[in-house]
Design a protein around this ligand. Structure first.
Ligand code: BG6
Length: 485
C-alpha cells in the first residue's frame, strides 16, 4: 500500500467515453448523420475539416470509432474485470432522432442503449449519461443553423424527455451539454461546431452568435433538469464544464486582473447553470460590446428554476495568461491570450500537465457554486507502444493518474469537497475529439487500430489497467505504482 487516501463509501470509480468517439456503426440501426460524422481526420497541429455532407475520398474516423457498437458485450466484461462502478458515455442524439426534428423516436436506437445499459447493470456498473456530447444531428445544423435558433430548445428537450422516460430506472446521473464552456474559444471553429453546430459566415459576430447559442442551451438545460425531476425525482442532472484554471504568468497586478477576467469569462457558464443567473460583469460586457441577445424574462425564470444538481467537469490541464501593455478592460480572448507556463511539463500534444490545478479547480468551483462535483474526465493523451507480447508499459500514464488522483483525494479529505466520483477519460482507446487520431491514446485498455481504422480491433490490457483496478479495489488508498498482473 502506498500514500493514497480512502474515498467515501459509494464513491463512483469509473471510466468515461462519448458515443461518437467509440461506437462506430454510424449508419446502423437507422442512425442519422451527426456533426461528428462530417468531421475528417486531422493530426497534431492539423485541424479537422468539416465537410458539407459525407464526401468520397475523405476519411471520417468517427464512422468506425473503436467499434464498441458491435463489441460492447465483451468490452463491458472487461470494464467489470477492472472493477468499474460506473460507465460514463453519451446517447448519440442521431440514434434516437436521426434528423433531430422528428416527433417519434427511432426504436432501434432506443433498444441499443437499453441492451447496453442492461449489460452494464448486470455487472453493477451504473451508466452515467451525457445527452449532448459533440454529436448534434447534422440536419439541425443545415436546416436550423444549430443552436443559433431558438427552436433547438424544443428539439433538445424532446430528445431529453424521451431518454429520461425510457431510462428512468436505469440511469441516475445525467449531464446536459458536454464542456458547454469550450466554445468560449469562439475563434476556433471546432468548439463552435462540436458544441453548438454553429457554422459562421463573414457577416457574423462570432462571439455574439456563440453567446446567443449558449443562452438557448442554458434554457434547454434548465428545462431538462425540471423535466427529469418530474419524471423521477431520484434522477440527478448535472452541467459539464471544461475546467482549465487560468493562472496569471506573474504577480503583476495587471496579470492578476487578466487571469481573474479569464476565469470569469471561461466559467460564467457554470455560474448560470449552478447559481441560476448571469453574473453582473457579463451584463456590462454585453452592453459594452453592443450585443443584442434574445433573452426573455421567461428564459431567466426558467434558468433560475432549473439549476443543476451537481457540476460534472473535465480536467486535463491548466492555462496561463498575461495582460497586454496598456490594457484596461482585460477582456480575455482565449485564442490569442494564452502563454506557456514555464513551471509545468507538457504532453506530446502540448497540454500542460498540472495535478495541483485539479485541486485548485475543485476548490474554486466549490467555493463559488456550492454543488457536489463529479470528475467526469481526466487523462493523459500519449503515444503507446504495443510490444510483441501484446503488453503496453504506460508508466507515464500511471504517473499522471497517480498525481491527479492524489490531489483529488486531498481535495476531498482536507478541503471538504463533496465529490461523487471519478471517471478517467477514454479509458478504452478511442478517436480523439480534437484531432480525429487514434494514436493520441488515453486508454487503460489498448485497441489495436490505427488512424485509418486498420487493425484487428483486439483489446489488450495496458499496465495502467492493472494499476487502476488496484486503486478501485482499495477505494483509493493504494496508489502504489507497482503492478501485479
Ligand atoms: C474533452 C472532450 O474535450 O476532452 C472529449 O469532452 C475529448 O470528447 C477529450 O476526447 C480529450 O480531447 P482530445 O481532443 O484529446 O480527444
Amino acid at each position: 500500500m502506498s500514500e493514497g487516501i480512502e474515498m467515501p463509501k459509494d464513491f463512483l470509480w469509473g471510466g468515461a467515453v462519448a458515443a461518437h468517439q467509440l461506437e462506430g456503426g454510424w449508419q446502423e440501426g437507422k442512425k442519422g448523420v451527426s456533426i461528428a460524422d462530417v468531421m475528417t481526420a486531422g493530426s497534431n497541429g492539423v485541424a479537422r475539416k468539416v465537410t458539407d455532407g459525407v464526401k468520397d475520398g475523405e476519411i471520417y474516423p468517427n464512422h468506425w470509432g473503436n467499434d464498441f457498437y458491435h463489441m460492447y458485450p465483451e468490452d463491458i466484461k472487461l470494464f467489470a474485470e477492472m472493477g468499474l462502478k460506473c460507465f460514463r458515455t453519451s446517447i448519440a442524439w442521431t440514434r434516437i432522432f436521426p434528423n433531430g426534428d422528428e416527433e417519434e423516436p427511432n426504436e432501434a436506437g432506443l433498444k441499443f442503449y437499453d441492451d447496453m445499459f442492461d449489460k452494464c447493470l448486470k455487472y453493477n456498473i451504473q451508466p452515467v449519461i451525457t445527452l449532448s456530447h459533440f454529436e448534434i444531428p447534422y440536419h439541425l445544423v443545415k436546416e436550423y443553423g444549430g443552436w443559433r435558433n431558438r427552436k433547438m430548445i424544443d428539439f433538445f428537450d424532446h430528445f431529453a424527455e424521451v431518454c429520461f422516460r425510457r431510462y428512468k430506472d436505469k440511469v441516475k446521473y445525467w449531464m446536459t451539454f458536454n464542456e458547454i464552456n469550450n466554445q468560449i474559444d469562439f475563434r476556433d471553429p471546432h468548439p463552435l461546431l462540436q458544441d453548438s453546430g454553429l457554422e459562421m459566415t463573414d457577416e457574423d459576430n462570432w462571439e455574439e452568435v456563440m453567446l446567443q447559442a449558449a443562452h438557448y442551451e442554458f434554457v434547454a438545460s434548465a428545462k431538462a433538469v425540471q423535466l427529469a425531476h418530474k419524471i423521477n425525482p431520484e434522477m440527478q442532472v448535472g452541467s459539464m464544464i471544461a475546467m482549465c484554471p487560468v493562472y496569471p504568468l506573474t504577480s503583476k497586478p495587471q496579470d492578476i486582473m487578466k487571469a481573474e477576467r479569464a476565469m470569469q469569462y471561461r466559467y460564467f457558464y457554470g455560474d448560470v447553470q449552478a447559481l441560476g443567473f448571469y453574473p453582473e460583469w457579463m451584463e456590462k460586457y454585453r452592453d459594452r460590446k453592443g450585443y443584442d441577445l434574445d433573452i426573455t424574462n421567461a428564459d431567466l425564470a426558467t434558468i433560475k428554476a432549473g439549476t443543476v444538481d451537481y457540476v460534472g467537469f473535465s480536467y486535463y490541464m491548466s492555462f496561463t495568461t498575461k495582460a497586454h501593455d496598456g490594457e484596461t478592460h482585460f477582456d480575455f480572448d482565449e485564442h490569442n491570450d494564452l502563454v506557456s507556463n514555464p513551471t509545468v511539463p507538457k504532453t506530446d500534444w502540448g497540454w500542460q500537465i498540472d495535478s495541483v490545478g485539479l485541486r485548485y479547480g475543485m476548490n474554486w468551483m466549490t467555493t463559488r457554486w456550492h454543488k457536489p462535483l463529479f470528475i467526469v474526465e481526466n487523462g493523459f493523451g500519449a503515444h503507446d507502444k504495443l510490444e510483441a507480447d501484446k503488453t503496453i508499459h504506460d508508466d507515464y500514464r500511471i504517473s499522471y493518474f497517480h498525481d491527479h488522483i492524489l490531489e483529488m483525494e486531498k481535495a476531498v479529505k482536507e478541503d471538504g469537497i463533496d465529490l461523487i466520483g471519478y471517471t478517467p477519460w477514454g479509458f478504452i482507446d478511442l478517436i480523439s475529439a480534437s484531432t480525429g487520431e487514434m494514436k493520441k491514446r488515453y486508454g487503460m485498455i489498448y485497441v489495436d487500430q490505427d488512424d485509418e481504422g486498420n487493425g484487428s480491433k483486439n483489446r489488450y490490457k495496458k499496465d495502467s489497467f492493472y494499476w487502476f483496478k488496484k486503486v478501485i479495489e482499495s477505494n483509493g488508498k493504494d496508489l502504489g505504482t507497482d503492478i501485479q498482473k
